[in-house]
Design a protein around this ligand. Structure first.
Ligand code: SF4
Length: 453
């Protein structure tokens, strides 16, 4: 993905699920007009789902995800099935592909149950409808192109009776109160054929309806600014900074400042003091990289609002309150206590050694203890968080909102405090209260800054 594209985290994630022989890869390829296995961004190992960011009309920017079969067997197969289920955590719209001739099996029903439990809008697509008798008459298949119109010619000879003919399969019918208003009967399955193209246009229509992003009223920073306000962004350029560009959260923040018709001044931490004294106008806000917090806090006058990119993005993703409250749990961390540090990605890392080196060192220094640090990265996120005294997550710039909410919910359900890098750093430096002054409800929650002697 290039720098000018919609960030992956802000794209609608569409996951294709199903048994190994259901033809989900072919359905996905028919929907996108591309061979995903060949063009995928992320190839990974054979146990990994395959994903690709693309434009899907009429929906717009999406990430399409092909997943391993949910009926895979053996030790490796079980791992693949687990990965498919994990993919649900970031799936905004699910397509459950069922072999129309064979009908749904227990694995389909189980997965469908999980999809509903997670309130993910879903389309059940009965593939290989061209192999059924009277394929054109299948319920739900009316919106597709006629098989006779497909390149290559005539309607194929029907060979098999469908397992379930006219009625929706009871276990797989889905009234979707959470899926928005769709113009079709959501309890009706959709009969398609990846081979002939039957029903593919209607499948795309349904995906567009279900995937329509909910209006996100949250802003990164624009709601804090009036036109012509000055926002100073502090961006250290050290060896950890990527060469030749700003990282995504910095780019997005600048964009949001401009949308408010305010003025963005971008400086390195080493130039902040002189910049502030030479501005000629008091800035409304100083936004810093968390690693430069201590210095920036010292050099920013008390009457200027100070915050960090981490705090702004936690708010943008809807988890600032929980992360701010979770930071205090570092007070309880002692010798041998397990602390889980999670990085949201493994590729193109923008966080370098913060998670694995600096943060553990700062936690040790702050607590005076020797906790046991456990690290995860990418999609790996343990189901069982109960052993951990504290979970510290990265800023999650590469994770979508659904995935981040899922992770937070896991922690909340298991009563384990979870915070993020930037918020914990602010807390340990005794400036969290100051950094959330712009958000009075959060400031009330955080309480006064306290620093251990
Ligand atoms: S904040 Fe998380 S997701 Fe973003 S680059 Fe760093 S480790 Fe990756």
């Amino acid at each position: 993905m290039g720098m000018n594209d919609t960030p992956s985290a802000d794209r609608v994630h569409i996951g294709f699920f199903g048994k190994r022989n259901a033809g989900k890869s072919s359905v996905l390829n028919a929907v996108t007009g591309q061979d995903l296995a060949v063009v995928s961004d992320v190839r990974g190992t054979t146990t990994d789902p395959v994903s690709k960011a693309m434009e899907l009309l009429p929906l717009g920017p999406v990430v399409m995800i092909d997943t391993p079969g949910i009926d895979d067997e053996g030790e490796l197969g079980a791992l693949r099935v687990k990965k498919s289920y994990q993919t649900l955590n970031k799936t905004d719209v699910a397509v459950l592909v069922v072999d129309a001739a064979a009908g749904p099996g227990p694995e389909d029903l189980e997965l469908f149950g999980r999809i509903r439990q997670k309130q993910i809008p879903v389309v059940v697509a009965y593939n290989k409808a061209d192999t059924l008798k009277s394929a054109a008459n299948q319920p739900g298949g009316s919106g597709g192109e006629s098989a006779a119109n497909q390149p290559g010619g005539s309607v194929p000879e029907p060979t098999l009776e469908p397992a379930e003919q006219k009625a929706p399969v009871p276990g797989l019918s889905a009234p979707q109160p959470w899926g928005g208003s769709q113009p079709w009967d959501a309890t009706q399955p959709l009969y398609i054929s990846a081979r002939t193209g039957q029903g593919i246009a209607e499948l795309k229509e349904r995906l567009a309806q279900l995937g329509k992003p909910q209006e996100n009223s949250r802003r990164i920073v624009a709601d804090l600014l009036e036109p012509m306000d000055l926002a100073v962004l502090v961006v250290p350029i050290d060896s950890a900074a990527p060469k030749g560009r700003l990282i995504l959260p910095q780019q997005q923040t600048i964009r949001d400042v401009l949308e408010a018709s305010a003025v963005a001044v971008v400086v390195k931490d080493t130039e902040l003091k002189e910049t502030l004294s030479g501005l000629g106008k008091k800035p409304k806000l100083v936004i810093t990289d968390s690693q430069a917090f201590a210095r920036v806090s010292r050099e920013t006058p008390e009457d200027v609002l100070l915050t960090s990119f981490s705090i702004l993005f936690a708010r943008y993703k809807g988890n600032l309150a929980a992360a701010a409250a979770g930071a205090r749990a570092v007070e309880q961390v002692g010798d041998g206590d397990p602390v889980l540090i999670c990085e949201g990605c493994t590729h193109h890392r923008q966080c370098e050694d913060i998670g694995t080196v600096k943060l553990p060192r700062w936690i040790r220094e702050y607590t005076g203890a020797e906790p046991e640090f456990v690290f995860t990265s990418g999609t790996a996120f343990p189901d069982d968080l109960s052993p951990y005294r504290l979970v510290v997550h990265c800023g999650a710039c590469m994770l979508n909102e659904r995935e981040m909410k899922y992770r937070l919910k896991c922690a909340q359900d298991q009563g384990v405090p979870m915070t993020n890098y930037g918020i914990l750093i602010a807390y340990m430096q005794g400036i969290l209260q100051r950094s959330v002054q712009a958000f009075p409800d959060i400031a009330a929650l955080v309480g006064p800054d306290a620093r251990r002697g």
